[in-house]
Design a protein around this ligand. Structure first.
Ligand code: PEP
Ligand code: MG
Length: 315
């Protein structure tokens, strides 16, 4: 049992002023829970379930899914575990949610759009998750990828609740979801910002294309401004706003994200120690000041430099 593992205690994240900032793990498989536990994660902020089924020709059964989900939930008794329903399409194709050839797969039938087209797959997955939840003591939360509208938010949270999921949220990874964060968060229980896709869609720069990699930078003030919109909406509505993209693994950017209103950060378990150390160096007031400096900068490079300067102790 988790709490009994003295060799791997939970190591909570907190700012220098004591404000708690939960540090969660991104997982791509049930086997990865060992690393997350060993490195002190407070829970799971993103379980990418599509990686379980990349080679599957047919949709996995409810039972097969339940077994995988139970393994992850059982590793975190009493703790938050956020599972993302299948994010098929574009960079993560699944044979059983296949789409016809699309000229621009990143703008095609992916995420919640493809699940909707194959709703039986979504229903089975939510059913398997609800059963795994009932069999374990973790605090399961389920979220949908690639949501762009309030209507999609209502569709997903409604179906999730109908099938026994108690906490249902959405990923904010399209500019549209960020721009209407107040409206989607009025419907969803929480938001989790996927900075990889949010940067891709905000900067119109393919995340798989090396030639535009420099544009695909979460430090860009355009991306930071959208994140700030979501943070503000979460604060106004009293709803949690997590970050689960790679940006949360950059220690300095993690502090800025907190200043923009993030209430938890989820990352590859190997990034936890450095981010934990960075947060402990700054208070809430510092984080807000650093975020303001980054937002006011001209570009991504300048934003990082401005955040660093704003975080330096004054003499
Ligand atoms: C993201 O887009 O930032 C994200 C966390 O999801 P993925 O990288 O799996 O698309
Ligand atoms: Mg994504």
């Amino acid at each position: 049992e988790r709490a009994a593992r003295a060799d791997a205690p939970i190591r909570p994240g907190a700012l220098a002023d004591g404000a708690a900032l939960p540090l969660l793990a991104n997982l791509g498989s049930a086997d990865a829970v060992d690393d997350a536990v060993r490195l002190g994660a407070e829970g799971v902020g993103l379980f990418r379930t599509e990686f379980l089924f990349l080679d599957a020709e047919e949709a996995p059964s409810i039972e097969a899914q339940q077994e995988q989900y139970t393994r992850v939930l059982a590793a975190f008794p009493g703790r938050k575990v956020v599972v993302r329903v299948l994010d098929a399409g574009a960079d993560k194709p699944l044979a059983f949610l296949a789409t016809d050839d699309e000229p621009n797969p990143a703008l095609g039938l992916r995420g919640i759009r493809s699940l909707r087209a194959g709703e039986h797959v979504l229903r089975d997955q939510l059913t398997a998750l609800a059963r795994a939840d009932a069999a374990t003591d973790a605090q399961l939360e389920v979220m949908a990828p690639m949501v762009a509208t309030v209507e999609e938010t209502r569709y997903f949270t409604g179906l999730a609740r109908e099938l026994g999921i108690r906490v249902a949220g959405i990923m904010v990874e399209t500019p549209s979801a960020a721009l209407i964060a107040d409206r989607v968060l009025a419907v969803a229980d929480f938001a989790s910002i996927g900075t990889n896709d949010l940067a891709q869609y905000t900067m119109a720069a393919d995340r798989l294309l090396g030639s535009v990699a420099a544009l695909q930078d979460p430090w860009h003030p355009a991306v930071l401004r959208l994140i700030g919109e979501v943070g503000a909406a979460g604060r106004n509505l009293g709803k949690p706003v997590g970050i689960c993209g790679e940006a949360a693994a950059d220690p300095l950017l993690a502090v800025v994200l907190v200043g923009l209103g993030a209430t938890s950060l989820s990352m590859s378990p190997h990034a936890l120690a450095d981010v934990r150390a960075a947060l402990a160096r700054y208070g809430t007031v510092d984080a807000v000041r650093m975020a303001g400096a980054a937002l006011a900068a001209e570009g991504a490079v300048e934003a990082r430099a401005a955040a660093e300067a704003a975080g330096a102790p004054s003499v």
